[in-house]
Ligand binder design. Structure first.
Ligand code: SAM
Length: 576
């Protein structure tokens, strides 16, 4: 800020805007002449689909397109283009893609992990993935093996010398010093550096450059907001400086929002949080829905797009850009902030209706409800941070206290009615509390919170469901191993019933993991191995997978639900 309170950066931003607008081109740009910006005026953006040849090339860059042929066409849900299952996609059963089918695997143009510490718990970048091959050290896909940090930046990690050398030659040589100076750099910003270096070195092919040039950037929207304009301008200036001032300001300035808009979250199977981001051409064409028909996950350096439901021939493929377990208002806030649109998908509409009923019945307002939702998320985030950094967030380390605060927020939101158990972020908050209680060696409140959290959760398939089921199995195993002298509550369920539910949930997790990630995914294999070891130790009762076990499971689950205060009808139904 200058003395008159004006933001100097912003003045710079405004002055340079015109220059930037006229200098963006990945294909026409001459890196040796960064000031030569006069003769290129960007064409108004129509979307990829106006260039069929480019679309065909983008789709052929996805390594495998298994279930059906794909097409890029004018989007029916978003602006510009979208990815579709081809109208004449062939295949059996009327064509299209079946639930749990692989749509493609793709090697991204570039990807990087985040190193900013992330959302509570184990933050992104702590996951122990090799920055070159994307594997954890032992290759079982659980992200828990030691990878060693680069001795130069002490930030990025590698699984061995071979990967370190390969990454050094490809990108890390250019980025090591930058990361040492800014170790918490966002992955998209790091990729902006890499893109500029690669552009100068000629690593970006003409076709890749053209595809990137066609991408939505939201440059105008970013430039309109004072804060966002300053932010992208500052990042662009920093990237330009770090890459040797050899690239034109216009190019780098547009690349920053382009990466923010088009990079897909890197989400490995073992966690619900994104651990970084990737620039991948076919995935950058896919539009958003909060009730998507597909999802992308990251394993061994590859992106895999898989279906969550049946996708009919001619239907548009959608993924969820944000964490789908978030409450409606928080999803909307994130989409508006990062993508400048209001989602109008059927899930958003039905959840809006549900919120309206709650607000009316509870004589509250949407503002109060949304404020409470933000407060709940903040409370849980702080409790997760307290678990990770006990010295710093001391007051959130006492989970009894956190539960009291949670109740206060919930009770102050509605009059004459209580917060519905299924209204987010309550189910997610309860699940986080369960895991925190488990870490503190208190399986009793962990079980109560976990059962309410998982069973009142409406997402009953896909990657998030697999993750919460897996977490719940851990809680059940701990609670089922409690000896009577450790249990104060005399209504606590019998260990045998808890163990039966643990077997049932573990069985279901295997089935769901196979469907969500595919049987050949390392994560599915790891989960099924755990389940096989568990059942090998089962000495009493029926074998999971049999009709007799299903009956035993249903009865045990009913008892646990009654104890935790979960209404009938919300239990897990085992797949046959
Ligand atoms: C990764 S791009 C997706 C492809 C994009 N439609 C295109 O033509 O390049 C992300 C952008 O698409 C648009 N978009 C995606 N989903 C949308 C939706 N459900 N409603 C409105 N716009 C959407 C937004 O502008 C968003 O920032």
């Amino acid at each position: 800020m200058d003395e008159s309170g004006n933001n100097k950066n912003n003045n710079n931003t405004a002055k340079s805007l015109e220059e930037a607008m006229s200098s963006f081109s990945m294909t026409h740009y001459d890196p040796k002449n960064p000031n030569d910006v006069e003769d290129f005026t960007p064409t108004p953006r129509e979307g990829f689909h106006s260039d069929p040849e480019l679309c065909r090339w983008i789709l052929s860059s996805a390594a495998v397109a298994v279930a059906a042929k794909l097409e890029i066409k004018s989007s029916g849900v978003g602006s510009g283009s979208g990815l579709f299952v081809a109208a004449a996609s062939g295949g059996g059963g009327g064509g299209g893609i079946e639930p749990g089918g692989e749509i493609y695997r793709s090697k991204p143009v570039m990807w990087a992990l985040d190193h900013h510490g992330g959302y509570g718990g184990r933050g992104p970048g702590d996951e122990g993935l090799c920055e070159e091959c994307g594997r954890d050290g032992d290759g079982d896909g659980d992200g828990e093996q030691q990878v060693k940090a680069c001795g130069g930046c002490l930030v990025v990690k590698f699984c061995g010398k071979k990967c370190q050398k390969s990454a050094w030659n490809k990108f890390h040589k250019d980025e090591c010093k930058t990361l040492r100076n800014v170790p918490q750099m966002m992955a998209q910003h790091l990729l902006a550096h890499r893109l500029m270096f690669w552009q100068q070195k000629g690593y970006i092919t003409t076709k890749q450059g053209k595809a990137i040039e066609w991408m939505e950037t939201h440059f105008n929207e970013y430039s309109k907001g004072e804060e966002s304009a300053t932010r992208i301008f500052d990042v662009a200036m920093a990237v330009r400086k770090e890459t040797g001032n050899k690239v034109g300001l216009g190019l780098v300035w547009r690349m920053v929002p382009c990466l923010l808009t088009n990079c897909v979250r890197l989400r490995p199977a073992f966690t619900t949080s994104a651990v970084g981001c990737a620039l991948d051409l076919p995935t950058a064409v896919i539009n958003h829905s909060c009730d998507p028909n597909a999802f992308v996950f990251f394993e061994n350096g590859e992106l895999r797009l898989r279906s969550l439901k049946k996708i009919a021939p001619g239907e548009e493929i959608t993924i969820c850009y944000v964490d789908p377990t978030m409450a409606l208002s928080l999803r909307q806030e994130a989409l508006l902030r990062d993508h400048f649109f209001e989602c109008g998908c059927p899930r958003c509409k039905s959840e809006h209706k549900e919120e309206r009923v709650c607000v009316k019945k509870g004589e509250s307002t949407f503002e109060t409800l949304h404020k409470s939702q933000r407060e709940v998320v903040k409370l849980v985030t702080n409790a997760l941070k307290a678990d990770k950094f006990p010295g710093i967030y001391k007051q959130y380390g006492d989970l009894g206290n956190v539960e009291t605060k949670l109740r206060t927020i919930l009770c102050s939101t509605f009059k004459n009615t209580i917060w519905p158990d299924s209204l987010e972020p309550l189910p997610s908050a309860r699940l986080s509390l369960a895991l925190l209680y488990l870490n503190q060696g208190k399986p009793d409140p962990a079980l109560r919170n976990g059962l309410k959290g998982i069973l009142m959760n409406r997402l009953r398939n896909g990657p998030e469901w697999v993750n919460v089921m897996m977490d719940m199995v851990k809680v059940l195993i701990a609670a089922g191993s409690l000896t009577p002298d450790k249990i104060e509550d005399n209504t606590f369920p019998r260990p045998l019933d808890i163990q039966t539910v643990a077997y049932g949930y573990a069985y279901e997790t295997c089935k769901e993991a196979g469907k969500a990630y595919g049987g050949d995914s390392e994560y599915t294999k790891a989960i099924c191995e755990i389940f096989a070891k568990m059942t090998a130790q089962k000495v009493t009762g029926q074998r999971p997978g049999t009709a007799e076990f299903e009956k035993e499971f249903e009865e045990a689950q009913m008892k646990l639900m009654a104890w935790a205060g979960v209404a009938e009808g919300w239990g897990v139904v085992l797949s046959s």
